[in-house]
Design a protein around this ligand. Structure first.
Ligand code: 5AD
Ligand code: SF4
Length: 445
């Protein structure tokens, strides 16, 4: 059956911030095609599910969402499955969910307009190529920004092959985008109204490239270049691998004022035995050594991390070592997950898979400790005066929510301020997940 050309679209991104970035680029592409985003209460005639394959639960969500898109009259909008589930499952998706019209991988979404033509003709459209030509050269350039805090993907893919992880298979080999493209995109983002830029990559600190003078640079060089753009007020980056944490990047934290004192550095486990089985190629001690160097140049740096509990073969002793590294490292926030076997990864076929009740118990204990540290970190900031970037409206009348340099959310009441303002506040109260502040002064924009 042929379908009409869709006019209103809705994009739903799951998973990591790189998916949020891809979702924004797809949205700009569809707008460039004359379509417009559907309002929240409006029925979209095209829905893009920008999916995540990292854990089984994330995949299940996609299939239940596809089911829910069926309208009361039995019809559905044009449905595109994008992202890592599309890459990993390809044709299998249309078999499991016949209402899906388009399946498009993370390296091929610039071809959405052509795929929509195929779908309009009533045929299934599939593109999970990892083409040599970069999608970034084809996508429309960045325009007006919806948020003051913009994402900028600088690096994609991963060559690390941690034994539990699908990313090297779904996102492909590590590639760094060229210097000039990134500086141009950063400029376009601030011209479009953003003032904070978060550099993104699965292994963002592995970024490398030649600068405009032909010298090889690492992520720190790129950060220093963005620092020179006057309208860039804040710079962040994530996610980093311990092995790519160079001396230069650590030094930048002590020297570049716009680089925020925040480091997302996943350790995954505190046990060297498990780290080896995970193919992480760092040890608990080498991780702690990086933190020591970082804190020597930037004592107030806030630390974030990722943890997996219940990796195959994880003993009580291994798990105790994870709790121990958390105590030593001291996190301001962190993400922790139960190990989820992913098809095609080496860990999925390892012996000694851990029982779900053991995983649950370990996750609860780990999260209790991480929550305690997060709350303690938040309480420490009470009484401090700091700048916050206002990012969104709160639920209450006149309420706005902004972020501290350490990435904590702060609620303020101020009817005369706007999203995008950078203001000085005194932190007056701390909760486990957010802070309350009072305006001191509006900072020069
Ligand atoms: N099971 C559970 N967690 C995983 N992660 C990656 N793969 C898996 C998996 N198979 C977690 C890691 C990674 C984060 C993005 O997701 O902690 O850092
Ligand atoms: Fe996955 Fe490891 Fe690469 Fe991170 S470094 S994306 S966990 S393989």
């Amino acid at each position: 059956m042929t379908k009409a050309h869709p006019k209103k679209f809705h994009i739903k991104s799951f998973g990591c911030q790189m998916n949020v970035y891809d979702g924004e680029r797809m949205s700009e592409l569809l707008v460039d095609q004359g379509m417009s985003p559907a309002a929240p209460d409006e029925d979209a005639d095209m829905v893009v599910l920008n999916t995540c394959h990292i854990r089984e639960k994330a995949v299940d969500k996609v299939y239940s969402d596809i089911g829910r898109l069926r309208r009361k009259d039995g019809t559905s909008p044009m449905i595109a499955v994008a992202g890592c589930v599309a890459q990993a499952e390809g044709k299998e998706i249309s078999r499991r969910a016949p209402s899906v019209d388009i399946v498009v991988g993370p390296q091929a979404y610039h071809r959405l307009p052509e795929l929509m033509e195929t779908a309009k003709a009533g045929k299934k459209a599939l593109d999970t190529d990892m083409p040599a030509a970069s999608k970034f050269d084809i996508l429309p350039s960045r325009g007006k920004q919806a948020r003051p805090n913009a994402f900028l993907t600088v690096q994609e893919g991963c060559d690390k092959f941690c034994t539990y992880c699908v990313v090297p298979y779904t996102r492909g080999a590590e590639i760094s985008r060229p210097w000039a493209d990134l500086v141009d995109e950063a400029r376009a983002l601030v011209d479009g109204g953003a003032c904070e830029i978060t550099l993104l990559g699965q292994n963002v600190n592995a970024w490398s490239g030649e600068d405009d003078k032909g010298r090889m640079q690492g992520l720190d060089g790129l950060i220093r270049a963005l620092d020179k753009i006057p309208d860039v007020k804040r710079i962040r980056y994530m996610t980093s691998h311990p092995n790519d944490m160079t001396e230069g990047l650590i030094a930048a934290h002590g020297e570049v004022d716009k680089l925020m004192p925040f480091l997302h550095l996943p350790v995954q486990s505190g046990s060297d035995r498990i780290l080896k089985a995970m193919n992480r190629s760092h040890s608990a001690q080498s991780y702690l050594d990086i933190l020591e160097k970082m804190r020597a140049v930037r004592p107030d740096v806030a630390l974030s991390g990722d943890f997996i509990v219940g990796f195959p073969g994880e003993s009580d002793q291994d798990f105790e070592e994870t709790l121990q590294i958390v105590r030593e490292a001291n996190y301001s926030q962190a993400f922790s997950f139960k190990y989820s076997p992913r098809p095609g990864t080496p860990a999925a076929v390892m012996e000694e898979q851990i029982a779900p009740e053991v995983m649950n118990e370990r996750l609860q204990r780990l999260q209790a400790l991480l929550n305690e540290q997060q709350y303690a970190f938040n309480r420490q900031t009470v009484g401090r005066t700091t700048d916050i970037l206002l990012e969104r409206k709160g639920k209450l009348e006149g309420q706005l929510i902004g972020k501290t340099p350490w990435l904590q959310s702060v609620h303020i009441i101020s009817p005369d301020l706007n999203i995008g303002d950078l203001v000085e506040v005194e932190i007056t109260q701390a909760g486990p997940n957010s802070l309350t502040g009072q305006i001191k002064e509006r900072m020069a924009a």
